[in-house]
Design a protein around this ligand. Structure first.
Ligand code: 4NP
Length: 145
């Protein structure tokens, strides 16, 4: 199974989602590949935001080696599922879908709720980590069936 996590910058939320989901899948012994990307290209080639690296490390996950990349149309073919953090990501990614089947691969990570952008709010990184962790735990229950 190939899963792509998407946010706006690919430096705060989706790197956390990639790290958390990959660790959960590995722990279950699932041979899943998890990646992440951003709808925007401002930070391409950079590592994750140091606040995300820190909160992940505090929870036993190393995301420091990830490299930011921008979402591309080819990702619709490469991945089975595409999970986005908020409704802007949802409409931006779906607008790039070449057909309805591709658009149907795209879902909010939290189902109907959004993962808020913590970029301008240092105190949001811990609650954002928890939200993403809850979402990934629910996902693994659903997708493992
Ligand atoms: P992310 O947060 O989408 O969770 O990675 C952001 C990071 C950078 C920017 C916006 C959101 N930015 O505008 O540079």
């Amino acid at each position: 199974m190939k899963i792509l996590m998407v946010c706006l910058g690919n430096i705060c939320r989706s790197p956390l989602a990639e790290g958390i989901m990959q660790q959960l899948a590995d722990k279950q012994g699932f041979n899943w590949q998890v990646d992440s990307a951003g709808t925007g290209g401002w930070h391409v080639g950079e590592g994750p935001d140091r606040r995300s690296v820190r909160v992940a490390r505090e929870h036993g996950i190393d995301i420091s080696k990830q490299v930011c990349r921008q979402f591309s149309k080819s990702d619709f073919e490469l991945f089975d599922h595409i999970f986005v953090m908020d409704k802007y990501n949802l409409s931006d990614v779906q607008a790039m879908a070449p057909h309805a089947l591709a658009a149907a691969k795209v879902k909010l990570l939290l189902g109907t709720k959004e993962v808020p952008d913590p970029y301008f709010a240092n105190e949001m990184f811990e609650p954002v980590f928890k939200l993403i962790e809850d979402g990934c735990e629910e996902l693994i229950r659903v997708l493992a069936k």
